[in-house]
Ligand binder design. Structure first.
Ligand code: NAD
Ligand code: UFG
Length: 352
């Protein structure tokens, strides 16, 4: 048994896309996990699938609690009964467009929710935290790859919640050195567990590229709008750093281990990306190859607020966490297609 494994890990938002894949890897590494999720953007079927995947023995090591991190009582109930060794904090809202239309919903859920969580954590003397940040804090970077010490900015209310929450974490740790905090800045998470049993199941019409392509491939949407074909890139479409969700999940396990084993972490940020940029058109081609499906496209104007090229410097995570992404876009598309072809309507049955 490794250091800290006797203590339970609380995973907020553990029923969601990145949360389920991370919990799976935590269980496989021998951690005991409690999930709190209000199922605002997820379904309990994801937890049932997770249990099935790990089998009857390991599934005894995961508990699911329906609750909201904005509700102190929900958190008190958990913390008063269980000693948590650390918290991995995924719970939050993440749709950029929705955050522009309804900023207060984002400030309330992401800011109030996180502050409430941190208050209860401090009260119960659980001061080890892994936080889901985002490459959105780099805004439209002047240079790529993005390095952790770049100046940070916010492009929209969602991004502002990530930026504020990073600043809050830094202030918290500065004021009380018992806190150990790792901020993980994800680039573009895609793909699914290789079994095809877990994956991303967005509600409504997807905003993000990969879920949109997937829904075109399974016939739920007619064609992909390619936003921007006049960018100064080799094929005119925008470039991002897509990362397989299983690589991301493993990144959380190593970050957690580092938190548990090292006293003098402070508050530190790491990029989780592959370090490679892929254009929208290259992503479409890779998905067509993996799925054998033709993805009809329509070339459209640029999406407001989008950057030309964003990809990660992976040096710091490599050096300090010993973590490196294993998968490339072919595996991302292969696993995304397996999930989508086995679950064309996500975790739901086909609507009648
Ligand atoms: P997701 O929506 O699939 O998962 C988030 C989970 O949190 C959901 O299950 C939702 O029901 C839950 N939740 C939301 N508000 C809650 C609350 N108040 N109390 C309890 N549970 C709550 O999203 P995801 O893609 O798994 O993202 C996880 C985290 O990573 C989020 O914080 C997101 O902002 C961040 N992130 C995601 C991406 C991405 O592209 N997927 C990129 C960068 C950062
Ligand atoms: N795109 C299309 N058509 C679509 C959807 C997207 O052409 O239907 C393009 C976008 O214009 C962009 C690229 O595909 O050039 C990637 O777009 P996504 O929406 O998938 O991802 P973003 O890089 O814009 O943003 C995502 C999350 C943010 C997060 C950021 C970094 O939505 O919340 O990754 O983690 F901050």
């Amino acid at each position: 048994m490794g250091i800290g494994m006797e203590e339970k890990i609380l995973v907020t938002g553990g029923a969601g896309f990145i949360g389920t894949h991370t919990v799976l890897q935590l269980l496989k590494q021998g951690f005991k996990v409690s999930i709190i999720d209000n199922l605002d953007n997820s379904v309990e079927e994801a937890i049932h699938r997770l249990r099935k995947l790990v089998g009857p023995q390991l599934s005894q090591n995961v508990e699911f609690h329906l609750g909201d991190i904005r509700n102190e009582k929900d958190l008190e109930k958990l913390f008063s009964q269980t000693k948590f060794g650390a918290v991995i904090h995924f719970a939050g809202l993440k749709a950029v467009g929705e955050s522009v239309a309804h900023p207060m919903r984002y400030f309330d859920n992401n800011l109030v929710g996180s502050i409430t969580l941190y208050k209860v954590m401090a009260k119960y003397n659980c001061k080890k935290l892994v936080f889901s940040s985002s490459a959105t804090v780099y805004g439209q970077p002047d240079k790529v790859p993005c390095v952790e010490n770049f100046e940070l900015t916010a492009m929209n209310p969602y991004g502002r919640t990530k930026l504020f929450l990073e600043e809050i974490a830094r202030d918290l740790q500065k004021a009380d050195s018992e806190w150990r905090i790792i901020l993980l800045r994800y680039f573009n998470p895609v793909g699914a567990h290789e079994s095809g049993m877990l994956g991303e199941d967005p509600k409504g019409i997807p905003n993000n590229l990969m879920p949109y392509i997937t829904q075109v491939a399974v016939g739920r949407l007619p064609e992909l709008n390619v936003y921007g074909h006049d960018y100064p890139t080799h094929d005119g479409s925008a470039i991002r750093d897509y990362i397989h969700v299983m690589d991301l999940a493993d990144g959380h396990v190593v970050a957690l281990e580092k938190l548990l084993e090292h006293k003098d972490i402070g508050c530190v940020a790491y990029n989780l990306g592959t370090g490679h940029g892929t254009s929208v058109l290259e992503m479409v081609a890779a998905f067509e190859k993996a799925s054998g499906k033709k993805i009809p496209i329509k070339l459209c104007p640029r999406r407001p607020g989008d950057a030309t090229a964003v990809y990660a410097s992976t040096e710091k995570a490599g050096k300090e966490l010993g973590w490196k992404a294993k998968y490339g876009v072919d595996e991302m598309c292969r696993d995304q297609w397996k999930w989508a072809s086995q679950n064309p309507w996500g975790y739901q049955p086909k609507p009648k």
